[in-house]
Design a protein around this ligand. Structure first.
Ligand code: IPM
Ligand code: MG
Length: 362
């Protein structure tokens, strides 16, 4: 009998760097890894995780969050699954600039995508009109107010000066607007709201407005409007149905996305994707809740944000079927009322994880 030629495996395999980081990152990322591994066997893709110990503990022990050559190594992965950074023992600006920002900025992850929606079984503080929340906030993620430009002189003296300069570049603004229009175009309502503060911030934010309308001319099928950042907070609360896709600067969108998460029921469910759309570098997926030291170690962190961001990661990797299967499983579990305490429930991280695994058919 002739030997059969070896069949070339058509299973896609992904190498993912898991960085649990600090606090509850160490509880939710392992839960996410477990769920992704279970899903991989059902959906026939391969996934291999390498866990990196980049954290505040590592910083306190060695003086660095990221070891020498770490970013070069990180570049070789297909995606990054990130928990949180932030510790009571390290000033927040040190931890942020030591770990998360070198990845976002160094890997040119300029499009930060933050969906907000009230999942089934979860109550919005807006009550019935919570059902109208279906937003995607696109946050510019590499420059603006987070450029790091500025300094302090005459420290401790009465004449001390600190400057904190926002930097907006034409390339940086144009590419995030283009990304936002492309995303808005794929959504049913095809609506994009520009959020700036160009009445008071008359240089950078006016540039944002101008470039937005230059790019808009190429997307006649997308409806646009423009709202100031203070005014949009009232619209989010009072008229949620009037918003769909929103594009805003690094700091403005940071603030709006916390509001969006709270209006959706809890910070514990909100996911985010830090994307390098050109795929020159791996993109990074994380829950937005942070390290939450007040509840760390208790096993009650909500893993839903991590599962949702895992679904976004699968979408990005090119596994849309697995991504929507995971999303359906998450929604089935929230609908059943298997909730952690941040949602008013009595279940812990493990119970929610088990319920999602069950719902996936594991
Ligand atoms: C976020 C967070 C971070 C940010 C913190 C942890 C520095 O709030 O991802 O929204 O401001 O970017
Ligand atoms: Mg934030």
């Amino acid at each position: 009998m002739r030997a059969q030629p070896l069949q070339k495996s058509r299973v896609n395999r992904y190498r993912i760097a898991a960085i649990p980081g600090d606090g509850i990152g160490n509880e939710v990322i392992p839960a996410g890894v477990e769920v992704l591994q279970a899903l991989a066997t059902k959906e026939s893709f391969g996934v291999e995780f390498e866990t990196l110990d980049w954290s505040s503990r590592r910083y306190l022990e060695t003086g660095a969050y990221i070891p020498d050559g770490g970013l070069e190594k990180l570049k070789t992965f297909d995606a990054i699954f990130f928990g949180a950074v932030g510790s009571p023992e390290v000033p927040d600006h040190i931890s942020l600039w030591g770990l998360r920002l070198p990845i976002c900025q160094g890997f040119d992850q300029y499009a930060n995508v933050r969906p907000a929606r009230v999942l089934p079984g979860i109550a919005s503080p807006l009550g019935a009109s919570g059902k109208d929340i279906d937003w995607v906030i696109i946050r510019e993620n590499t420059e603006g107010e987070y450029s790091g430009s500025g300094g302090r002189v005459h420290r401790g003296l009465p004449e001390e000066i600190a400057t904190e300069t926002s930097v907006f570049t034409r390339v940086g603004v144009e590419r995030v607007h283009r990304f936002a229009f492309e995303l808005a175009r794929q959504r049913p309502r095809r609506q994009l709201t520009l959020v700036t503060k160009s009445n008071a911030q008359r240089h950078g934010m006016v540039l944002w407005d101008e470039i937005f309308y230059e790019v808009a001319a190429k997307y006649p099928d997308v409806k646009t409007d423009r709202v100031l950042v203070d005014a949009v907070t009232t619209r989010m609360v009072l008229k949620p149905a009037t918003l769909d896709t929103i594009v805003a600067s690094n700091l403005h969108a940071d603030i709006l996305s916390d509001l969006a998460a709270a209006l959706s029921g809890s910070l514990g469910i909100a996911p985010t994707a830090n994307l390098n759309p050109e795929r020159r570098f791996p993109s990074m997926f994380e829950p937005i809740h942070g390290s939450a030291f007040d509840i760390a170690g208790q096993g009650i962190a909500n893993p839903v944000a991590t599962f949702w961001t895992a679904s976004m990661m699968l979408e990005h990797l090119g596994e849309p079927k697995a991504a929507s299967r995971l999303m359906r499983a998450i929604e089935a579990v929230t609908a059943e009322g298997v909730h952690t305490p941040d949602l008013g429930g009595v279940h812990d991280t493990k119970a929610v994880t088990r319920a999602v695994l069950r719902s996936l058919g594991s």
